[in-house]
Each structure stands twice: as C-alpha cells, then as structure tokens.
Ligand binder design. Structure first.
Ligand SMILES: Cc1cc2nc3c(=O)[nH]c(=O)nc-3n(C[C@H](O)[C@H](O)[C@H](O)COP(=O)(O)O)c2cc1C
Length: 169
C-alpha cells in the first residue's frame, strides 16, 4: 500500500482525541503498523509485559462500549485496541508508554484515536472477560481508532513557556 506517514513530531502535533467516528475502516496493515509501534515502547527492565487485543468485530466493540463509561463511541469506531499488561511492578508505566506509541503511530498514518480509561475502572475485569484475557493481566487502556465523522477543533494545550522550567522549577 502506498502511504505517506508523518514524522514523529508532526504526528504528535496532529494527534488529538476523536469521539465521533465514520464507518471508514482502518486496514489490517495499518493496525499492524500501529501495534508494531506499540511493542517498541520502553519498559522497565525490558519486561515488555504488554498484550494488544485488536477488535474489529462490531458485536464485540458494542459489548466493550456498553461497559466503558466514557467510551460509548467504541461502538462506532471501526477498530478498538485493548492494551493489557501482566501485573508486574511497572505495568502502568509500561502500558502507558505503549499506549502513547499506539496513539502517535495512528496519527502518523492519518488515523484518529481516543484513549479510553482502563486501569482503575471497575469495568476492567469485565472487558478482560469479554476478550478472553488470561488471569494475571491488567487493562491499561482501550483505544478507539478510525476516522473522524466531523471537523474537530484541537484540544487546547498549556503553552511551552508555562510548562518548561530550565534548571529549577
Ligand atoms: C489515562 C487516560 C484516560 C482517559 N480516559 C478517557 C475516557 O474514558 N473517555 C474519553 O473520552 N477520553 C479519555 N481520555 C482522553 C482525554 O480526555 C484527552 O486525552 C484529554 O482531554 C486531552 O485531549 P487530547 O487527547 O485531544 O489532547 C483519557 C486520557 C487518558 C490519558
């Protein structure tokens, strides 16, 4: 497939959360590239505790959407990636690093996304059950992936000058 991917800085700048999706699909090749970026994330002691469950089946997405309190749009997005980690000491940091890679890789390919909370949510075990995840894994995040169905205004961000401290806070 012919593709032009954005470089990392452009992809980071382009990324923002999308919560209304069209039915335009995300190809299997794009999904593989996105997960391939996730598995390259850093992890404490290089444990790589992650597992990524890619869900494209509408019925399963609807079941996840029904569980996810603020992730109802997962039912409409053509793909959802559930990020699980083995319950190791740094599972959350490792899983968050992988999740950010997923988001940035998607943006690089022109695929929109939204991180939906997994860890600390009481629906996490139910999502794991729907997806047949073995015991001993924690849900870090659910990602909706697809294409926006409407024009979106990027989320305001704090200015560099208000967050960057040279040498001392
Ligand atoms: C840990 C975490 C949990 C989040 N959970 C949700 C969620 O459940 N539903 C949702 O719509 N957005 C969720 N978000 C997305 C944030 O609301 C969004 O990233 C934030 O408002 C900044 O907007 P941006 O992504 O467009 O930069 C979550 C983000 C993070 C990092």
């Amino acid at each position: 497939m012919e593709r032009i991917a954005l470089n990392a800085l452009a992809a980071i700048a382009a990324r923002h959360s999308t919560r209304a999706y069209s039915s335009d699909p995300v190809s299997r090749e794009e999904l593989e590239l996105i997960v391939d970026a996730a598995r390259r994330a850093p992890s404490a002691n290089n444990v790589q505790p992650w597992e990524f469950v890619v869900v494209t089946e509408a019925e399963t997405r609807k079941r996840i959407a029904a569980l996810a309190q603020y992730g109802k749009f997962i039912a409409d997005a053509p793909a959802c990636v559930a990020v699980f980690c083995k319950d190791v000491k740094y599972f959350l940091e490792d899983g968050a690093a992988a999740t950010e890679n997923l988001l940035v890789a998607a943006a690089a390919l022109g695929v929109q996304s939204c991180w939906v909370a997994g860890d600390k949510k009481d629906y996490a075990p139910a999502v794991a059950k729907v997806l047949g995840v073995p015991e001993g894994h924690r849900l870090v995040a659910l990602l909706a992936l697809g294409h926006a169905s409407r024009t979106e205004v990027p989320t305001p961000k704090r200015e560099l000058s208000s967050v960057l401290h040279w040498e001392r806070f």
